[in-house]
Design a protein around this ligand. Sequence first.
Ligand code: ATP
Ligand code: MG
Length: 445
Amino acid sequence: MATTIRIADIANYVGQEVTLKGWVYAKTGKGRLHFVRVRDGSGQVQCVAFKKEIDPEYFEIVKGLTQESSVIITGEVRADERAKGFPAGYEIGLKTVEVVQEAVDYPITPKEHGTEFLMDRRHLWLRSNQQWAILRIRATIIKALRDFLDNDGFLLVDTPIITPAAGEETTTLFSIDYFGDEAYLAQTGQLYNEANMMAHGKVYCFGPTFRAEKSKTRRHLIEFWMLEPEIAYCSLEELMDVEEQMVAYVVQQVLEKNRPELEAIGRDISKLEVLTAPFARISYDDAVEKLQAAYEKEKDPEQKELLKIEWGEDFGSPQETALAEMFDKPVFVYHYPSAVKAFYMQPVDGRPEVCRSVDLLAPEGYGEIIGGSERIYDADLLIQKIDEHGFDRANYEWYIELRQYGTVPHAGFGLGIERTVAWICGLAHIRETIPYARLLNRKYP
Ligand code: ATP
Ligand code: MG
């Protein structure tokens, strides 16, 4: 009996007979020569069935193999520079084949399908090369983010998903019935993170986040995953240092581990290779000036309209895109108007109309991937902000208490996993960055 191997490890078995357990990705060939591309989850390899080299019984089975049938194959591993696959450079000289189950009329064929058709069959679409590659890159990104923080003294501390009150604004909350009481699905772990930070110094939470965003955009999901670090005794400038080191590390890890996947999805890798720290840092004031200057210069009326901005307004995606296009790396925009940011952000000394906030905008039109800030650490100021926003003080008692027992300046940020995946993979829409996207018009499958 040949050893069962994972295709990912195929390089270690050149010249040996091995067993693969997987699925038929595609089959081509005619007459005496057939090619079966077999995937096993870890990788993909072409198996070559040459009539005179194998038992006629097996050759007949090979001829009838259908897309996505589950199969167990044995054969000899050969190195071949020209062979495509994951990893590239190997093929299998097929000897035997056993069909575990024959798949009849697999709905996703090599022809072009519409996105809605594919999203309806997401449970199957996940097997396609591109989707397979994207989710592997997503896994690398998540691991790299966590490794970076774990190696830098952060502690993973989970925050609740069911919460008694809004984290920030109430408009995008999902409410649930909590034994006759109203509760909400978390739209951020932030507030709890601050309590955890007071206990552990440097913490992060990583979990699903829910926002009833009623807008259909290429960047918004209803359910997405967010990584939120929170750091005691940290300034906004130090926060940007952490963010740029972390993002640069993540990109470098993807380049190191997922080059074949990036190639499979057609990513322009040269755009990622330049992404080393530091990243440019500009103030909101400067950003507005740059946009207004671009507005003056723009000839095309349609484009011009998109650039339009008055001081005090939040950036929409066209403005974020235009700004980011002025840089070839991600760019930090700091000190946004307090009015467009969350109630807990620390005002700038002597200029309370702006706050100690910072967004990181990704290049190539991907917009904001991280939002962060220094948090208000004075109890009285925090209470004042809670009142100004019309929130019920009773809901925030515990949060205010954090400022009454050993308060310290602190800062933190939230990074959206799917926005980061979309950018690093160069995808046009966020829906392919998560296994099962929840969108305004979709919760199936
Ligand atoms: P935007 O203005 O683009 O909606 P936001 O300001 O609401 O973003 P934050 O509340 O700061 O975003 O959340 C932190 C990060 O979470 C964002 O930088 C982004 O990467 C991600 N994020 C926010 N909302 C969504 C969403 N609906 N779908 C996917 N990711 C999101
Ligand atoms: Mg939002």
